[in-house]
Write a protein that binds this ligand. Structure first.
Ligand code: FAD
Ligand code: SF4
Length: 328
């Protein structure tokens, strides 16, 4: 790890000011991702701005329904908050499927949104990686790409987005609240993470001098019928091979509305709108779910070792829908 200066921000404004003053600075929250990356020389900030003293831990209802989760709320506190468990079980389940209990106690909601890919070539500086060193090449495309993405890839990068929480937030149309030198703004979760394209080192729309202050989840009454299913190589402490966050509004035997997002298969948390269209107005049956799964993976492209993910993601989605739709 390279030496760095550690400073402590006392409020949002001083955090933003410190970021703006040094373009080689980084915020540190729980440190569960950033410190690992610093140890591996993937990230080498000159200055770490500790934001743990900021008042951003609250989880509270918002006017008109919905909930606001402060950026420094831990993954554990967010997962076990009674309103999250009751109104948005998909989010609680997604959070609890991530990492381990100890990590979830340290990991924050803001840090989870900003966590970086687990592509092994990204973590190992003896391999070319366009995300770590722009223009150096991608070792995963010709390499061992079993864990990599099948949706949203480019010829520069095929790394998956690792977060479970963000998949649930994508299904719930969450809003990311941020504060910068010019004031506050809101970034819809679907626009927050960006596709790799020719610039895989750019992962989000957050600017260097902006602080995430909270995530707001709008009221979605049928999210009480939601589910997160994660398929992985071992039962805990493992990232998704494929996952699905779903919410279904079913009346009688008809699906009135659906929300779907996929994880483990996309270069960003993957909202599957085509699949939602297939479900809307259709009978609440397994054949409908299968049609939706085919639509969700229609654009998928497999690589040498990860083609299995396309069928796996379809089956994961069908099973998650069956649980949310009450037919499993
Ligand atoms: C062994 C292991 C297993 C894991 N398994 C999973 C898993 O299965 N699923 C999953 O989803 N995640 C998993 N994680 C990732 C974990 O969820 C993240 O490391 C964690 O959420 C990051 O939060 P943090 O507060 O520790 O962030 P930090 O490490 O403190 O920061 C991460 C990044 O976020 C930025 N940041 C932090 N807060 C803010 C803010 N308020 N505004 C702007 N930028 C900010 C930092 O500058 C840094 O770039 C795993 C991690 C480990 C180490
Ligand atoms: S997939 Fe992306 S992160 Fe992995 S080696 Fe290629 S460029 Fe780097």
């Amino acid at each position: 790890m390279h030496p760095f200066l550690l400073t402590q921000a006392q409020n949002n404004q001083s955090a933003v000011k410190a970021l703006a003053a040094n373009n080689k600075s980084k915020l540190i929250a729980g440190g569960t991702n950033l410190v690992d990356l610093m140890k591996m020389y993937v990230e080498s900030p000159e200055e770490l701005i500790d934001i743990n003293a900021l008042e951003l831990k609250k989880i509270e209802p918002v006017k008109g329904g919905g909930i606001r989760i402060g950026a420094l709320a831990s993954n554990t506190d967010a997962a076990y908050h009674p309103a999250v468990m009751k109104q948005y079980p998909v989010l609680s389940q997604a959070l609890l499927s991530g990492a381990s209990a100890q990590l979830r106690n340290m990991a924050t909601v803001g840090g989870n949104l900003m966590q970086r890919t687990r592509c092994p070539y990204f973590f190992n500086d003896s391999f070319p990686c366009n995300k770590r060193v722009p223009g150096s090449g991608c070792s995963a495309i010709p390499g061992y790409n079993r864990m990599h993405a099948v949706l949203g890839t480019s010829d520069k990068c095929i790394a998956t987005h690792p977060s479970d929480m963000c998949v649930a937030l994508a299904a719930l149309d969450a809003l990311v609240k941020v504060q910068g030198p010019a004031g506050e703004r809101t970034i819809p979760i679907r626009e927050f993470h960006v596709l790799p394209g020719d610039t895989p080192h750019i992962e989000t729309r957050l600017q260097h001098d902006e602080l995430i202050t909270a995530v707001e989840i709008p009221l979605l009454p049928f999210a009480t019928h939601s589910h997160y299913l994660k398929v992985r190589d071992r039962a805990s402490y493992e990232f998704a091979l494929a996952s699905a966050a779903v919410a279904l509004d079913v009346s009688g035997n008809t699906i009135r509305a659906a929300r779907i997002a996929l994880g483990g298969v996309g270069t960003k948390p993957w909202r599957a709108e085509e699949a939602e269209k297939v479900l809307t107005g259709a009978p609440n049956t397994t054949p409908t779910y299968q049609l939706a799964a085919t639509a969700a993976l229609k654009e998928a492209k497999g690589y040498k070792y990860n083609t299995f993910k396309i069928e796996l993601a379809k089956r994961t989605l069908v099973r998650a829908l069956a649980t949310a739709g009450g037919i499993s």
